[in-house]
Design a protein around this ligand. Structure first.
Ligand SMILES: Nc1nc2c(ncn2[C@@H]2O[C@H](COP(=O)(O)OP(=O)(O)O)[C@@H](O)[C@H]2O)c(=O)[nH]1
Ligand SMILES: [Mg+2]
Length: 362
């Protein structure tokens, strides 16, 4: 899964990208022509340590989230809509992570001359909406032309699409992003190809200064109250980037000394995951403990297909056990003895935390 990082210049996007991916991209380098930074964050999952104790794997492969840090145009991409490559990066992302500048620093001038998180969030919201509206207008124009020449058999689907686009456009013009328009599954499916930006889940990272750490949850609450549809995390980007360069133990000691509890970055990565309705299941094959990411509601054969298409085609059955049952038993033999290891067929829906062995034939 892919998350695109957006926000105004000098809000700390590259800093937070580096913190998330333990990367070394140059901060404060600003140019819209700069190639985007692309990196990967490992999803920390406390269940892995327990499973490692049980299976003693040679290797553990956690789930990953990719982050893309794109330098947008200075004035935003609202006026003409996001064009070309930038729009391409945004539309292909599964979710957007908006970095909002809360920190004050005279050495880093804010492009608007003052720090005002609420203003900046509203401005970005507007830009995303304008970009979507431009796409809707172009498509509606095209549909009108197509309808004139349409065969009777094509008319119905064109009309259906036209009605839906007109409906969501009217709502968007009333400042209601698609993600909160309460569209049906079928409607969302019809729109999927457009990859509308205001339809994407949004994670807001409030980039606070070191002196604001004690107000972190209060700030989160303020923004959540205005934007209940956003997932909001406040963190200090600069500090998190420095901590990300340290070893785990050193970073933990530092966190404790600073009064930082669960690493805010882990919360961001967790939220990137949960915002999309994704769940994890585990496999242990050839001494490798591996986490797989699937949407909630995925059937056993489809989950097997995530590993290899042959396994979906040749699916016979799955042996599954929940993480908590296995953790309680301490090992598979004990779980088997207690009848907690179940055999499931094609229609079985894989649940979060399942440890799964697929049986297939090719
Ligand atoms: N004081 C302070 N400066 C920060 C913080 N986060 C980023 N900066 C600084 O802000 C400048 C711009 O950061 P950068 O990550 O390049 O922002 P971007 O333009 O959004 O990618 C750099 O000089 C950073 O060191 C922070 O939390 N506190
Ligand atoms: Mg940058």
């Amino acid at each position: 899964m892919k998350v695109a990082i957006i926000g105004i210049p000098e809000s700390g996007k590259t800093t937070i990208f580096n913190a998330l991916t333990r990367g070394n991209a140059e901060v404060a380098a600003y140019s819209p022509t700069l190639a985007p930074n692309i990196g990967v964050a490992k999803v920390s999952d406390p269940r892995l340590a327990v499973l490692e104790g049980i299976f003693q794997p040679k290797k553990t492969v956690p789930a990953e989230v990719s982050y893309i840090d794109i330098a947008g145009p200075i004035k935003g991409f609202g006026k003409e809509g996001a064009g070309g490559e930038l729009l391409n990066y945004l539309t292909t992302a599964d979710a957007l992570l908006q970095v909002v500048r809360v920190f004050e620093d005279d050495k880093v001038p804010h492009p608007q001359g003052s720090t005002d998180p609420k203003r900046d969030i509203a401005a970005l919201d507007l830009e995303l909406a304008i970009s979507d509206l431009a796409i809707m207008e172009r498509r509606l124009d095209k549909l009108e032309t197509s309808l004139k020449a349409a065969k009777a058999t094509e008319r119905e689907s064109y009309l259906k699409e036209q009605a839906l686009l007109q409906k969501i456009k009217a709502e968007l013009e009333k400042d209601k992003p698609i993600r909160i328009q309460g569209l049906t599954k079928e409607e969302l499916k019809m729109l999927a190809n457009y990859q509308f930006l205001t339809a994407k889940p949004m994670l807001v990272v409030l980039n606070i200064g070191e002196g604001q750490i004690s107000q972190a949850s209060q700030l989160e609450g303020q923004i959540s109250a205005i934007h209940p549809q956003f997932a909001v995390v406040a963190l200090c980007g600069k500090l998190e980037m420095e901590l990300a360069q340290l070893g785990d133990l050193e970073a933990r000691e530092f966190r404790e000394a600073m009064g930082l509890s669960k690493p805010a970055l882990d919360r961001v990565i967790d939220l990137s995951y949960s915002l999309l309705g994704l769940i994890s299941f585990f496999t242990t094959v050839s001494s490798e403990l591996k986490v797989w990411t699937i949407p909630g509601g995925t059937s056993a054969p489809k989950a097997a297909g995530k590993i290899h298409s042959d396994m979906e085609r040749g699916f016979i059955r799955a042996e599954v056990i929940s993480y908590s049952d296995l953790a309680n038993c301490g090992n598979l033999a004990e779980a088997r003895k207690r009848g907690l290891l179940r055999t499931e067929g094609k229609s079985y829906i894989i649940q979060d935390g399942h440890v799964v062995t697929f049986l297939f034939n090719v």
